[in-house]
Design a binder for this molecule. Structure first.
Ligand code: DX5
Ligand code: ZN
Length: 221
């Protein structure tokens, strides 16, 4: 698998030109599209449903779509997103009553499955489920909004998660989401992350190519 993946969060894209802006960021070298789904219930914000995902597919976006569900309950939207073109679906363990069942539902629909941990959520909920998942997403901020600052103590959590992944012997992606910028991506990678979500840092830059290249140069250090 490719060593480092850059996944722009289209939460910070131009919603009036979503297809065009998504294609533009892919042309600039992004590997994956990160798709933030918020329900004004699990998090205090409201974004995009499955129709947007299908809309991107209809527009011609063929890149992998990484759906981050910040919704509760999750199961109905897992099914809807799987049918609308998602490749990976990640869920928060505290947003579903039956985590194993929800993870199984993601797999049954042919998607890869991820678990997302908010800053204060401990790693122990991974203990029994780690053999079933393909990705762990460590939040660098409290979920709900783009443009927040990375919480520094998450570096230790990323390192602890990397140790757990190595111990499992499985190929599990370690994604970090929230507050990732050119100037901290290298230390986040050194802590053990190999997939980086960035919203405001990429879409807030006038030249997507330049900022993605700058991130890759940092990752090569
Ligand atoms: C936060 C979202 C993030 C967010 C990242 O709830 O899950 O994906 O868009 O945005 P930045 O990179 O601006 O922190
Ligand atoms: Zn996200």
């Amino acid at each position: 698998m490719e060593r480092f993946l850059i996944a722009p969060s289209i939460l910070s894209a131009d919603f009036a030109r979503l297809g065009e802006d998504t294609q533009k960021v892919l042309n600039a070298g992004a590997n994956v599209i990160h798709f933030d789904v918020m329900d004004n219930h699990y998090v205090p914000n409201l974004t995009m449903g499955p129709m947007f995902c299908q809309g991107l597919r209809n527009y011609g976006i063929t890149a992998p779509i990484d759906v981050h569900l910040m919704v509760s309950p999750v199961d109905e939207l897992i099914t809807a997103f799987a049918k609308s073109g998602a490749n990976n679906i990640s869920i928060h363990p505290d947003a579903t009553r039956h985590l194993d069942r929800s993870i199984q539902l993601i797999k049954d629909h042919g998607c890869t499955a991820g678990i997302v941990l908010n800053p204060a959520v401990p790693l122990d909920c991974l203990e029994y489920i780690i053999d079933k998942i393909d990705l762990i997403l460590i939040m660098g901020v409290n979920p709900g909004f783009g443009g927040q600052s990375f919480i520094p103590y998450m570096l230790k959590k990323i390192a602890q998660t990397r140790a757990l992944i190595n111990q499992s012997g499985r190929e599990i992606r370690l994604e970090v989401d929230g507050g990732v910028k050119v100037d901290n991506i290298a230390e986040i990678a050194k802590a053990g992350a190999d997939m980086f979500v960035a919203g405001s840092a990429i879409f807030g830059h006038p030249n997507y190519h330049e900022v993605i290249d700058a991130m890759r140069r940092q990752l090569a250090t």
